[in-house]
Design a protein around this ligand. Sequence first.
Ligand code: G6P
Ligand code: MG
Length: 218
Amino acid sequence: MNVPKTWIFDLDGVIVETAQFHYKSWKRLAHSLDIPFDESHNEALKGVSRSKSLNIILELDDREVSEKEFQRLMDKKNGWYQNYIAELTPDDILDGIPEFLDTLKERGAKLAIGSSSKNAQYILDYLQLTETFDAIIDGTKVKNTKPDPEVFLKGAQAVGEDPEDCVVFEDAESGVEAANRANMLCVGVGSEEILGDADLVIDSFVDMSPEDLLEKLS
Ligand code: G6P
Ligand code: MG
């Protein structure tokens, strides 16, 4: 294993628990359309784009809508979602992450964000984390979202790193697949059952130093 020089973090569900805001907003939209939607449908929405998410929801009930209506539904969901994220503060950064990022910075590692979200920059600003990262690749900068590897390959490219020298942190099945396709090491953050294709799965960053993690990976 190459010791990673660049550490690429997914945002939603890894740095901050915004996955619940996406879920609540999609649920509200689905229910307004009389489409049954609960936690069991939600896993497939993690890591994928806003439009793919809406397609998945509409397919649950074989619905077809016009392009204009599709855009209106995405905007409605995003409005609700943006109301939630506007409340975020640095206190919402997930436990263990600030220490983990600080240690990496002290060691001179390069840090990047690899997120499918078009709201990533707002979230990083609310969390006061924008300056922490050397590169921020988000849904506004890629054509193909996860499981396509584009977001991570662009992250590596932005800091001048080879993919083999990068490690990715992901909470979504689609993100683990993207990291594998990018030929990068991958650490799943969450459940082994869902993220089993990662090189290592951890519960959280609490009491986890970069050294602990490298030892587990090797
Ligand atoms: C992240 C989340 C997905 C979300 C996607 C797009 O990857 O995990 O659940 O659909 O971003 O988010 P956006 O903020 O652009 O609607
Ligand atoms: Mg995520």
